[in-house]
Design a protein around this ligand. Sequence first.
Ligand code: FE2
Ligand code: FE2
Length: 316
Amino acid sequence: MQQKFTSSSKMNDLIKEDSSLLLTMTRFGLSLGFGDKTVKEVCQEKRVDEKTFLAVVNFISDGYKEENIKHEEISIDAVILYLRKAHDFFLDFKLPLIRKKLIEAIDESVQEAPYRKMIMKFYDDYVAEVQKHMDHENETVFPYVLNLLDGKKDPRYTIAIFEQNHENIDSKLSDLKNILIKYFPAQQPNYLLNEVLFDLSACEKDLEKHNRVEDHFFVPVTETIEKKLSEQQKEESVQTEKADNLTDREIEILASVVKGLTNKEIASKLFLSTHTVISHRRNITRKLEIHSTAGLTIYAIVNKLVTLDEIKSVIE
Ligand SMILES: [Fe+2]
Ligand SMILES: [Fe+2]
């Protein structure tokens, strides 16, 4: 499937096509002054993972198509860094700025203290919710995912748990916008209030995009990482099991040992040198961690490598 933007797209053209991508670029650490440079050139220069950057901008500006994401090409570290920068932007810049403008706009519109107090409380409660939401992602979810990259999986957590509890943080902002539009008692034209409404709309859209990236980009890519890690761990445990198992030759030698044959007799029976038989016996002992012939006999019987009849003369 042809992607909307590619490595050879000009950075300028991305912004011309979708101005909201400017925010995405900044969060990836790509600042303005691109000249005529392509995505590839700018990403190389700024050491930004090009495939991840392109996947995110295409996802955002081309209808949030989850099926277009090539999971194996995504650097989840880069996605997390991008999401963290977005959190910083909302909490340290955008929401405080809107608060400042909101106070000015309300002061200009109404003199009655209760209105001001109620609206500011509504806004501050909302910001506290956003802070809690983003703190949880920064402090719990992202470290969980980064640990997966180190091969460590918290057995009590999965990204599906995050997805199930992940709330839309933009909807309450739309409530505030509607309260101001429909019910705010503004007596005269209030340009400051209009400004706040524009800001609230932009912030709401930006938060909605942020949410979509988390739910439909970050979550599925993380699910793939979880799956790969669990397959890897299964494979490793099978290999450990195999390490305990003996080779066909070792089983043959073990059976001969418990039947009472000497190293020399085993060597001539199996057309091996005595030295080779001794080396196989050493490996058997190491793998099974059983040193005595009596112990090996019990192992051989339990694992049906010999029958009781076959070793009767030895154990009697
Ligand atoms: Fe987030
Ligand atoms: Fe979130």
